[in-house]
Design a binder for this molecule. Structure first.
Ligand code: NAD
Ligand code: TYD
Length: 370
């Protein structure tokens, strides 16, 4: 039985990981530590709230000694570190929180693990600090370039990517200098349930349902590799096996798509959903889906500053060393995602609505822990 500390466990990938892990490891205990920023929604844990092994602590990873106490008092053996400021556009508008949470916050966690596991000798061979990172640390590829490998040089473009690169370096420095048992996964763009509708895929879905313009940056020809979030969770689970301590793995879906293709595919799936289910037109009367077509909302807007042209991941290492393969194709993953957003209108309206904070306070109290 393992005792996990999951930081950022009510954000998009973190919440999906909590669901995935508790389903597959019902005997493990798990503490979720999350500051509940705009991107963290306690409602995302509702399906697993009654799980006796799960507890939640509202707290900031930057708080000195907070993680240290949790590691010591709860006998944590595995840290899975998702907590971060994660949106590139926000990092361009204001980089400070990105450096504070992603760099200094990660450092607080590393200090905690070093103190409790190594200095106090409470660690064991089962201990692991697993850091969740991004393909964006490697920078931008041209169309003809080979995909990023684990050996590709770090060339981050945005403040977000630079902050993730710095956190990766700190994790490796703690591993090499102090012998901290650590690992890193650098993953491509995730999509799926519980993603805040500021990222391309949920933003497109929600705007198409609301009949609002869908903004495409620049020429819409930037290329991203997309991975269904549950496949990412599977990859992390595999890397947590003891033999992968000390390793870095690239994770991706082998699904390179231009942004315009992504938005058009979502529009097509939505049109088909509206055509086969007339009830959707009455639920979403402003949506042109199934009539004029959701794609009619696509609007070209000025490009993002410093916009990376292409990301692509070589996932040979994780496939061969850890047996990773994706379960979901891009089309099937998008269909599942779309179904989820159609079913969970309350969730996405809630997280986008300023009144949500008030609702959450009523629902869960002011300082939250369970
Ligand atoms: P997210 O923005 O949806 O969630 C981040 C979570 O971290 C939120 O719950 C937020 O409340 C919490 N958080 C933020 N600052 C905190 C702090 N100081 N202390 C405690 N909690 C804090 O992010 P996500 O998309 O789920 O990404 C999770 C991790 O995966 C991040 O490290 C991100 O860099 C990485 N990643 C994301 C993607 C992607 O496509 N979303 C791809 C590769 C890697
Ligand atoms: P995003 O979901 O923000 O992820 P990332 O920047 O981490 O890759 O954006 C994915 C791609 O979609 C990226 O090339 C920027 C583009 N994009 C748009 O064209 N319009 C939008 O409104 C958003 C949010 C993103």
């Amino acid at each position: 039985m393992a005792n996990l500390l999951v930081t950022g466990g009510v954000g998009f990938i973190g919440a999906n990981f909590v669901h995935y892990w508790l389903r597959r490891h019902p005997d493990d205990a798990m503490v979720v530590l999350d500051a509940l920023t705009y991107a963290g929604n306690l409602a995302s844990l509702d399906p697993v709230r009654s799980n006796p092994g799960l507890s939640f602590v509202q707290g900031d990873i930057r708080t000195p000694h907070l993680a240290e106490s949790l590691l010591r008092d709860r006998g944590i053996t595995i840290v899975v570190h998702f907590a971060a400021e994660s949106h590139v556009d926000r990092s361009i508008a204001g980089p400070d929180p990105f450096l504070e949470t992603n760099v200094l916050g990660t450092h607080e966690l590393l200090k905690a693990a070093r103190q409790v596991w190594l200095e106090e000798g409470r660690g064991s061979s089962a201990c692991r600090f697993h850091h969740i990172s991004s393909d964006e640390v490697y920078g931008s590829l041209d169309l003809a370039d080979p995909a990023f490998t684990e050996e590709s040089p770090y060339r981050p473009s945005s403040p977000y990517a630079a902050s993730k690169a710095a956190s990766d370096h700190l994790v490796r420095a703690y591993q090499r200098t102090y012998g901290l048992p650590a690992s890193i996964t650098n993953c491509s763009n995730n999509y799926g349930p519980y993603q805040f509708p500021e990222k391309l895929i949920p933003l497109t879905i929600v705007r198409a349902l609301e009949g609002q313009p869908i903004p495409l940056y620049g020429d819409g020809m930037q290329v991203r590799d997309w991975l269904y979030v549950e496949d990412h969770c599977q990859a992390i689970e595999r890397v947590l096996a003891p033999e992968h301590t000390g390793q870095t793995y690239n994770v991706g879906g082998q699904t390179e798509q231009t942004n315009i293709d992504v938005v058009q595919l979502i529009s097509r799936i939505l049109d088909e959903a509206f055509e086969s289910n007339p009830g959707l037109a009455s639920r979403f009367p402003r949506s042109p889906a199934g009539r004029r077509g959701a794609a009619s909302l696509i609007t070209y807007v000025p490009d993002r500053a410093g916009h990376d042209r292409r990301y692509a991941m070589n996932t040979h290492k994780i496939e061969h060393e850890a047996g990773f393969s994706t379960a979901e194709s891009f089309e099937s993953g998008l269909q599942r995602t779309l179904n989820w957003y159609l079913e969970q209108e309350k969730w996405w309206r809630g997280v986008m609505d300023g009144r949500y904070r008030e609702w959450m306070r009523n629902q869960y109290g002011n300082v939250v822990s369970f």
